[in-house]
Design a binder for this molecule. Structure first.
Ligand code: GDP
Length: 301
């Protein structure tokens, strides 16, 4: 079956409806017009409005300008598809092999981090893996309780300490428990207060060092970003990446935004792979990132 026929592709297409419709309206307005500088300037504006970022949009149109033989809207669409695919780059899969693997979940409060951890745990458990959660956002009692509710709902165990405790101690216990209980994956929740606070980044560096010292064979440092925050997500990513060397992005709330183009800005400006897309609030609303499916769902047919 092609991607088009699959339920996850339908969900992805649905999630990108607002972004795609906005692009479609603008492409339709350009249909039949000569593909000249004015045309390309208007197309560039449409790409910026889809939150691809000014630099990415400019690169797309300059590549279109350099392409030969573009006569019809269909030609432009086909070239656009090729360029966007090229800028998105190849898929970099989420890695939990070989076990035991640690997933350090990062992101500012409200980005959808807790929900993403639950979705990931649900997915990994569905694949037959033994999953353990560590509630290392000890700064908020509510964060620990929220994670505990999800752990119960998904049916996985969780390591927790008292609110106000040392997050490093939670990670340490989580790592020990993972080995002692023969778990495959430990997912660590972390604090997400304002990312501009230097002490948060210090704290995350510390957690990262504790994990590195334990030397699990596989480590993912996943940054959760809310697609609706658009270009802000890019500056958040820079700060987190500087602190802990992010290995992948989870872009959440794609379903509620017209800013789906942010994926291109992440790939091009940050050179960080998007590994999952959040397409809703349900446990199965987490789609592994597939560049071709993404570009096909983004562009109007
Ligand atoms: P945290 O503070 O980063 O841990 O954020 P939460 O996981 O508590 O999520 C904040 C809100 O975003 C909640 O209402 C979630 O249901 C919602 N949310 C998370 N991911 C998605 C998504 O992919 N799509 C939609 N529509 N909502 C989401």
């Amino acid at each position: 079956m092609t991607a088009e026929g699959r339920p996850w592709f339908q969900r992805l297409r649905e999630s990108l409806t607002r972004t795609r419709d906005q692009l479609a309206i603008r492409l339709e307005a350009l249909a039949g017009r000569a593909i000249d500088d004015t045309y390309l300037a208007e197309l560039e504006e449409a790409l910026i409005l889809a939150d691809m970022g000014a630099a990415t949009a400019m690169e797309v149109t300059s590549r279109l300008r350099a392409a030969r033989g573009l006569r019809t809207t269909a030609d432009v669409q086909a070239a656009l598809r090729r360029i966007l695919l090229d800028l998105t780059g190849p898929a970099v899969p989420f890695q939990v092999e070989p076990p035991p693997a640690v997933v350090l979940a990062l992101g500012v409060n409200g980005s959808g981090k807790t929900t993403t951890i639950a979705k990931l745990a649900y997915r990994l458990r569905g694949e037959g893996r033994k999953v353990l959660l560590a509630a290392a956002d000890t700064f908020r009692a509510a964060a620990i309780d929220q994670l505990a509710i999800w752990a119960q709902r998904v049916g996985v165990e969780m390591v927790r300490h008292q609110p106000g405790g040392d997050p490093g101690a939670v990670v340490f216990d989580g790592l020990q428990a993972m080995r002692a209980r023969g778990m495959d994956v430990l997912i660590v929740d972390t604090a997400g207060r304002l990312h501009t606070k230097v002490n948060l980044m210090e704290e995350l560096r510390k957690l990262n060092r504790i994990i590195a010292r334990d030397a699990p064979p596989t480590v993912e440092r996943l940054l959760v970003l809310d697609a609706a925050t658009g270009q802000n997500a890019i500056s958040q990513a820079r700060l987190f990446h500087e602190a802990v060397d992010v290995t992948g992005i989870v872009l959440t709330k794609l379903d509620g935004t017209a800013k789906g183009g942010i994926v291109l800005a992440i790939a091009r400006d940050l050179k960080l792979p998007v590994k999952f897309l959040g397409t809703g609030e349900r446990l199965d609303d987490l789609t592994p990132f597939d560049p071709e499916a993404f570009v096909d769902a983004l562009l109007p047919q």
